[in-house]
Design a protein. Sequence first.
Length: 136
Amino acid sequence: MSTLQEILNLNIVDNIVHYVEISNRLKDENGQNLKFKIKPILFEDLNRLKKKATFINKNGQPVIDEVKLNTYCIIESTLEPCFKDIKSMEKLKVNTPEQYLNKVLLAGEIDRLIKEILTISGFVENIEELVVDIKN
């Protein structure tokens, strides 16, 4: 078995988690910034979410709605807090995880969270290059 094969076998991606701060607005009772627990977006999940975020434009061409794709990726990859939590959605009187996410996070916080998820998922750090990659 090659060295690369051995390294791959020791570094499976199923168990990767990271803790990230996305805002100074979200603090615990001791004044410490709270961290989000995130996991990488897996290839098969990304493809499923791309399909979900795709619509047909007026020229009959498929187009990926980048905002929807980012939202779906955040909901899929954020372990804590859980944006799919039914009790939280009911408490804030929203019907979907997408509505809940937009009710509790600022635009800049959402942007920082998706960038962290994409980075730990192995995408280039240049977000413009990533958008081109996702569209292809």
